[in-house]
Design a protein around this ligand. Structure first.
Ligand SMILES: NC(=O)c1ccc[n+]([C@@H]2O[C@H](COP(=O)([O-])OP(=O)(O)OC[C@H]3O[C@@H](n4cnc5c(N)ncnc54)[C@H](OP(=O)(O)O)[C@@H]3O)[C@@H](O)[C@H]2O)c1
Length: 336
């Protein structure tokens, strides 16, 4: 075993929401990198079952016991990552679960520190939070509230915001591909995209090279952005780029699509969101921070920039918590 492998084998990463898509892939990537995993899930197959909406999960005492499992695996936690989310359902549930995930993360981090460990604590944000429409009730609003909690409650080291995450093969239903094929203006929306595997690799890189882990914990987290490769929205769904022909009905169709919110119908909601972005004031929404608005990367961060398909960048923050949408508007000289 290499020196690095031998070192990592004693290091444990705790994953909250371990049964989800990104957590599963991250667990695999971390294991391949030599880390041990403590998988905390809500239900089977995880022996460590925790419903984060239960108030006991917000108490460090609860996590002190649970982190014993980390010691049982031979180490104190190197990192604790919060993957818990709820994307659909009543607004109250969305808010409750997304916020509770961060509260559990903070409590787990406090417990770890009380035991003398200094894990990197990481929460995942979503570009959806920064949509110009600022939907207060849906997933975006719930994620925004969870993010705000990270900013105001000491204990979270890093918020890594993700843009579009691509799954291969894309699970998009046929009507989504049909719509994109017939609405070239929508298919042409520029995006930056990371595969789910890229997200996992970026998280491994962060765990290996924690960005300024605080001791005492930082008053507010480092804000990072995972930048992916450039693409057009249509490409994500296997629609080959084709010349845009002016169609009189297309703007009308886009406006109609933009009214879709689709509670309970996530793909309708996504199409509606894409249409609002295509029509809206921040059509560059999924490109991430506008050029020149992101802070200069630190030396530590420059090491984390992969030469491949993804890069970890500093994420500009603003007082009203809509950082790059505003920047994108300014870049496009649009009114606020
Ligand atoms: N996937 C994307 O495209 C994307 C894009 C941008 C940002 N993100 C962010 O990345 C993170 C992970 O996303 P994901 O797509 O991998 O999520 P996911 O597949 O939906 O997984 C979410 C996890 O949260 C768990 N969970 C839900 N309610 C819970 C509760 N009350 N107590 C404990 N656990 C609970 C779920 O457990 P069960 O399995 O038991 O339901 C599941 O394991 C989230 O913060 C998300 O906002 C994802």
């Amino acid at each position: 075993m290499s020196v690095l492998g031998a070192r990592c084998a004693r290091e444990v990463v705790v994953l909250l929401g371990a049964r989800g898509l990104l957590a599963s892939l991250t667990a695999r990537a971390l294991r391949e990198a030599g880390f041990s995993i403590v998988a905390v899930g809500r239900a089977e197959p995880h022996p460590l079952g925790v419903d984060v909406t239960r108030e006991e999960a917000w108490q460090p005492a609860f996590w002190s016991q649970l982190l014993g499992a980390a010691r049982g695996q031979g180490g104190s936690p190197r990192a604790i990552i919060n993957f818990v989310t709820c994307k659909q359902g009543p607004a109250e549930t969305l808010q409750q679960v997304n916020l509770a995930g961060v509260r559990a993360l903070v409590a787990a981090a406090t417990a770890a520190r009380e035991q003398g460990a200094h894990p990197l604590t990481l929460h995942l944000g979503s570009a959806a939070e920064h949509r110009p429409e600022r939907d207060a009730r849906g997933y975006a609003g719930a994620k925004r509230e969870a993010h705000a909690y990270c900013l105001t409650t000491p204990g979270v080291d890093v918020v890594l915001t993700l843009g579009i995450v691509q799954r291969t093969p894309s699970p998009a239903p046929a009507f989504v591909r049909f719509t994109l094929r017939h609405l070239p203006a929508l298919a042409a929306v520029p995006v930056k995209v990371c595969s789910a595997e890229d997200v996992a690799q970026a998280l491994v890189a962060l765990v290996r090279h924690p960005v300024a882990p605080g001791e005492p914990p930082p008053a507010s987290p480092s804000e990072l952005w995972l930048e992916g490769r450039e693409a057009r929205l249509g490409e994500l769904f296997g629609i080959a780029p084709h010349p845009v022909r002016a169609r009189t009905w297309e703007p009308w169709m886009l406006r109609a699509l933009a009214t879709l919110r689709g509670e309970g119908f996530p793909w309708l909601a996504r199409l509606g969101g894409f249409a609002r972005i295509a029509l809206g004031r921040a059509p560059n929404h999924y490109l991430g921070p506008a050029p020149g608005t992101a802070p200069t990367p630190s030396t530590e961060l420059r090491e984390l920039m992969s030469p491949g398909r993804w890069r970890i960048l500093p994420f500009p923050r603003s007082a009203d918590h809509v950082p790059f949408v505003r920047a994108a508007r300014e870049a496009a000289a649009l009114p606020p």
